[in-house]
Design a protein around this ligand. Structure first.
Ligand code: ME8
Length: 517
């Protein structure tokens, strides 16, 4: 099975912030889960380099748009590595194959009769790279702003190509009702459906007043509206139009991971462009919420923009990844703070996970000659705990397919809580003197749960979970936890040191219990 997952491609007009890191971490976790579950994964991310925002920022900085893009694209790519992202391609909309793809998409929409030349006059927000109707704007302190985003808009009047978006209103409404899974979470689908239901105007899709963009085929006076160009990146990544085999393998995308502010572009414009071009639609668009610093919107003027590198340097990568995915209901807005991170680190990680692994492993080292303990007959308590642990994987699959990442982590941590209780009640340190055989069983059951939880925790905390699995002697675990996609694939394909084949599906190991090695 193939699984194609994408993130939004960021504007490299500045350096990345914590919201970008959050999006990469979540998408990476989904990609890693699918890989460990035996699927062929293609994880695409990158930068959205054209448009007026890039051109204007470059002018302010006294560099060319190309120089600005080169400089910051490198910073975004580096952030992907810093957050441990296992992306397969980092696409830049200035890549040659992307130019070809965006132009082919245009030609197809044109061939369908959906593109016409006219003139545009209306409000445009450079910050949002979006057009706004008059009634979507308001004047605050003498400055006209978009109501939803608060960004300044400017009057724009020029010759422009239009896309017949109005012709797709009914088709889009039919899409949302026949395929409610197309947009998640529900609140975003309702928003988008109500926007479409209230009537769609044709969309201006080219500009003539600047030239930093993809030239319109057949009329080089125009460059494409940056969102036509940007959305096309998902097709470029899949191999459109040149690589038919690749395209057949990866398209349609399984899920586009984006933030809620760009749901309209992905759930209205994008499917309309694709319908027009006669290309299959992606299976799902999932919009996550926004991150706030202690509940406040991050902004340069408030001075609370946190550099993701600083956060990771302070708390460690696994902790930051775990915190974001555990703390925030994926799809809703979330807040982070020093106190919040430290609490999760101390309770969920140090106590519930680290302590249990450390105590059970060190008892094994001291009392079982460091070999895997041999279980005797299992009690009802043993069976119940093991059953709960083994039930997490099927639940996890459902949570992951609905992008309910927080529920997935929660399911694993509930089992850990039960295991901690079990360990306390069973008192294996007392059994050591009274009933060594029972002690071994209790340790075996505990390690079994630690192993299962660690397998499940790998996509979230590749390094920490990989280390625990290594200590437990689970083959291939450390390699599979590696940061790059190559090493994951290699770990899944290559024989391990003992010469035995690493289970192709890492999670299949959940059903084959811990054995002495
Ligand atoms: O929108 N919290 O780029 P971008 C969480 N180039 N997520 C956030 C966030 C925050 N505070 N701020 C931004 C663009 N994001 C376009 C995308 S895709 C074909 C083109 C998310 O750099 C945002 O929602 O402004 C988006 O998904 C991503 O970061 C990139 O935002």
């Amino acid at each position: 099975m193939s699984f194609f997952i994408t993130t939004a491609i960021a504007y490299p007009n500045g350096v990345p912030h914590i919201g970008h890191a959050y999006e990469y971490i979540a998408a990476d976790t989904l990609a890693r889960f699918k890989r460990l579950d035996g699927e062929e994964v293609f994880f695409l991310t990158g930068t959205d380099e054209h448009g007026l925002k890039m051109q204007q920022t470059a002018e302010k900085e006294g560099v060319t748009a190309r120089e600005l893009a080169d400089r910051n694209a490198a910073v975004f790519r580096e952030l992907q590595d810093t957050v441990g992202s296992s992306y397969d391609r980092f696409i830049r909309t200035t890549d040659a194959d992307h130019l070809e793809c965006a132009q082919e998409l245009w030609r197809r929409m044109e061939a369908k009769g959906d593109i016409y030349l006219d003139s545009y006059s209306g409000w445009y927000s450079v910050r949002d790279e979006a057009y706004f109707a008059e009634d979507e704007t308001e004047v605050v302190d003498g400055v006209r702003r978009a109501i939803t985003t608060g960004t300044e808009v400017e009057w724009t009047e020029e010759e422009s190509y239009f896309f017949r978006l109005s012709a797709y209103q009914d088709k889009l409404l039919a899409l949302y009702s026949e395929h409610p899974e197309f947009v998640g979470p529900d609140v975003r689908r309702n928003e988008v459906a109500s926007f479409v239901g209230s009537g769609l105007k044709d969309l201006s899709i080219s500009r003539t007043t600047f030239d930093w963009g993809v030239p319109v085929p057949g009329n080089e006076k125009h460059v494409m509206y940056v969102w036509v160009d940007a959305l096309a990146n998902y097709l470029t990544g899949a191999g459109f139009p040149g690589d038919a085999d690749s395209f057949a393998t990866w398209w349609p995308a399984d899920v586009h991971i984006i933030g809620k502010d760009i749901a309209r572009f992905h759930a209205v414009y994008w499917p309309a462009f694709l319908m027009s071009a006669g290309i299959e639609l992606p299976k799902r668009v999932h919009a996550h919420g926004f991150l706030f610093n202690k509940g406040e919107k991050m902004s340069k003027s408030v001075g609370n923009v946190v550099d993701p590198h600083a956060l990771i340097a302070e708390y460690g990568l696994d902790t930051v990844r775990f915190f974001f995915l555990r703390e925030i209901s994926y799809g809703q807005d979330g807040s982070y703070s020093h106190e919040g991170i430290v609490t999760r680190m101390n309770t969920d990680l140090a106590n519930e996970y680290g302590n249990l692994a450390q105590r059970s492993l060190s008892m094994v080292a001291k009392n079982c000659g460091a070999a895997v303990p041999t279980p005797g007959e299992l009690t009802a308590d043993d069976e119940a705990l093991l059953a709960a642990a083994r039930a997490v994987l099927p639940a996890a699959r459902e949570h992951i397919d609905a992008q309910n990442i927080h529920l997935y982590v929660d399911a694993a941590w509930k089992v850990l809580a039960a295991a901690n209780k079990y360990f306390t009640v069973q008192e294996p340190w007392k059994l050591r003197k009274t009933d060594a055989a029972r002690m071994e069983t209790v340790l075996w059951v505990t390690l079994e749960v630690v192993r299962i939880v660690s397998l499940l925790a790998q996509p979230v905390m590749p390094t920490a979970a990989g280390k625990v699995l290594d200590l437990l002697g689970v083959p291939g675990a450390a390699d599979a936890a590696g940061a790059s996609a190559d090493s994951v694939a290699a770990a899944l394909e290559a024989p391990n040191a003992q010469g035995a084949l690493v289970p192709e599906r890492m999670f299949a190991a959940i059903d084959s219990p811990l054995v002495a090695g």
